[in-house]
Design a protein around this ligand. Structure first.
Ligand code: FES
Length: 251
């Protein structure tokens, strides 16, 4: 099953997870040995295999430039964006491609992201303006205020951190790293008026308290966001808020 494109530089053995739950209960793996030029990404390799070898292989993609977040999958056991991962960046010539864990497989590398979006909606990921009048133009921020948000605003909602999180593997109620990082981003936003009391929403075992600080979400994030840090920060804020509430320093 090997068909080489022009200007081949290196050969790779692709082992692709295949599962169509409507037809089979157990997955199987298809193997292809194909050469690709330097700079080829995993997504480009999959598109080539889909076009030349087997058009039934299913995966999501759209932007091909690490912006839409739709091509998250496991490559050699690591959650990555396939469009951002060059074959040459992998160790060796073996390329094992599997779907993201912690979500049901719809077909091959396409997973049902419903639990991810359910968690995401739970933190109300939009600006809470507390009834303030809508300005004629925009709600301005100072460069300093924007700078404070910058480490957290690049999330592309790829669910790589959700798939990487070992806690979600044994507690499907756990809200997960992406939603908490998003909540932190809004609570740091100078335009947001939701206040610390909103933290009560994640003040539960399946909220900020179930994280075991294993840092897999940090390793997985293709945009270098550090969800574990935001979980720790919200935990500290929660404790401080409770303390102040106990002594009636806040309402
Ligand atoms: Fe859009 Fe990969 S195709 S992030």
């Amino acid at each position: 099953m090997s068909r080489k494109p022009a200007h081949t530089d290196s050969e790779y053995t692709f082992k692709l997870f295949r599962l169509d739950p409507e037809k089979a209960q157990e997955p199987c793996y298809d193997t292809y040995r194909i050469g690709f030029p330097q700079g080829t990404t995993v997504l480009e390799a999959l598109l080539h295999i889909q076009e030349k070898e087997d058009d039934s292989i299913a995966f999501r993609f759209s932007c091909r430039s690490a912006v839409c977040g739709s091509c998250g999958m496991l490559v050699n056991g690591a959650p990555v964006l396939a469009c951002r991962t060059q074959l040459s960046s992998l160790i060796g010539d073996q390329v094992l491609v599997e779907p993201l864990p912690n979500m049901e497989v719809i077909k091959d590398f396409i997973v049902d992201t419903t639990p991810f979006w359910k968690s995401y909606r739970m933190v109300e990921p939009w600006l809470h303006t507390d009834g303030q009048p809508v300005p004629e133009k925009e709600r301005l921020q100072s460069p300093r205020e924007v700078h404070k948000l910058e480490p957290y605003i690049n999330c592309v909602l790829c669910a790589c951190c959700f798939g990487a999180c070992p806690v979600i593997g044994f507690d499907e109620e756990y809200i997960g790293p992406a939603a908490i990082a998003k909540l932190f981003r809004f609570m740091r936003d100078s335009r947001d008026r939701r206040g610390t009391a909103f933290l009560e929403r994640v003040n539960r075992r399946a909220g900020v308290w179930n994280c075991r600080t294993i840092f897999r979400c940090i390793d997985a994030c293709p945009k270098d966001i550090r969800p574990t840090d935001t979980i720790e920060a919200l935990r500290r804020e929660m404790v401080l808020y409770r303390f102040k509430k106990f002594f009636r320093l806040v309402r």
